[in-house]
Design a protein around this ligand. Structure first.
Ligand SMILES: [Zn+2]
Ligand SMILES: [Zn+2]
Length: 355
């Protein structure tokens, strides 16, 4: 089996500023132990958009890490991957350090090393026609077979679904009632995954067109964040309040209400605070006196790669509805604009270089 691979390709390159330039760049050369993946589609993740908008990395880079495609070149020793449809994780933990031993995989120093590139300094590379996967990603289990029939809009959800599943699994068992704050694409994934794990899911969301999706993604009731939200959430889980709250938003008022509603000893997980310098004011009495806990969950867990595939194969969840727009790579700036300012029911946005 061989695939024709051109010498150069289109890629969306960030060279500073708010926009990307779709340029021709060389297709990365594949060395021993590496893979070249022809990209079917790649999601736009808020963390990548943050890198552009806050200039958090040094240009030029080719971003995009929610990548699904087909292995078209397999470096020495990787023959078994050739022709396989895969989803690519751009980070893997070392599984040897103290933090890995503690299962804090996304905190591992090795995890920060990006192992997927379409050229320049490795930065994910999914916003291109081809992406190269480095040897340690393949060795570390970062390349996952995507079932043949899985739509591309579902295959690109592998990494975000893993990330959300890890967050849900941070809630102390047994499953009780959890409130998901915010029903963007991430909040909807969290709701669906929590419901699959046996949680009774309530949600808080201000936008009506997102509220209507709640039921399909496992939430039994949606609250608008108005008028004594804490009191209403608590009353709904009488007498004590919900067991868990997941903040898929950084809206301080909603987070404060969620914390106030939690039962004593309940857990609030911050999921949308993904960079330093995001102060949050909370009522310390909720923690000191009522023994509530505030925790965080960041990125994926290598232990959940299989569970993420399984979740995405669950036909009860309408995963495809999360990806409302797939733009041609040429229109990546329009895709970014929509992702920055969601409208008309837009949720997850992706780009594809396929013609
Ligand atoms: Zn992401
Ligand atoms: Zn490690």
């Amino acid at each position: 089996m061989t695939f024709a691979v051109p010498p150069d390709m289109r890629a969306a390159v960030w060279r500073g500023g708010a926009e990307l330039a779709v340029e021709r760049v060389p297709v990365p050369a594949v060395g021993p132990g590496e893979l070249l993946v022809r990209v079917e589609a790649c999601g736009l993740c808020p963390t990548d958009i943050k890198k552009i908008d806050r200039a958090l990395c040094a240009p030029p880079v080719i971003l995009g890490h929610e990548t699904a495609g087909t292995v078209v070149v397999a470096g020495e020793g990787r023959g078994e991957w050739l022709g396989r449809r895969v989803a690519v994780y751009h980070h893997v933990p070392c599984r040897e350090c103290r933090l890995c031993e503690l299962r804090l995989y996304s905190q591992c120093a090795g995890y920060k090393r990006t192992g997927a590139t379409a050229g320049f300094a490795p930065a994910g590379g999914g916003w291109a026609e081809y992406v190269k996967v480095m040897p340690w990603i393949v060795d570390g289990g970062g390349v996952v077979a995507a079932p043949e029939g899985m739509p591309r809009a579902v295959a690109i959800l592998m990494e975000p679904v893993n990330t959300c599943l890890r967050c849900v699994r941070c809630l102390p068992p047994p499953p009780g009632t959890v409130v998901v704050l915010g029903l963007g694409p991430i909040g909807l994934m969290l709701a669906a995954l929590a419901a699959r794990d046996g949680w009774h899911v309530l949600a808080v969301e201000p936008v009506p067109e997102r509220q209507v999706l709640a039921g399909a993604f496992g939430a039994v009731e949606v609250f608008a964040p108005v008028d004594d939200l804490a009191g209403r959430l608590k009353a709904r889980c009488a007498p004590d309040g919900p067991d868990g709250v997941i903040a898929a938003t950084d809206a301080e008022a909603a987070i404060g209400a969620g914390l106030a509603a939690l039962r004593p000893g309940g857990t609030l997980i911050l999921f949308a605070h993904t960079r330093r310098g995001q102060p949050l004011t909370v009522d310390g009495g909720e923690i000191g006196m009522q023994e509530k806990r505030i925790a965080g969950s960041y990125s994926s867990s290598i232990e959940l790669n299989g569970a993420a595939v399984e979740a995405l194969c669950d036909a009860r969840v309408p995963w495809e509805r999360l990806v409302t727009h797939v733009f041609p790579l040429e229109d990546i700036n329009a895709a970014l604009a929509l992702a920055r300012r969601p409208r008309d029911g837009s949720l997850k946005i992706a780009v594809t270089a396929e013609t």
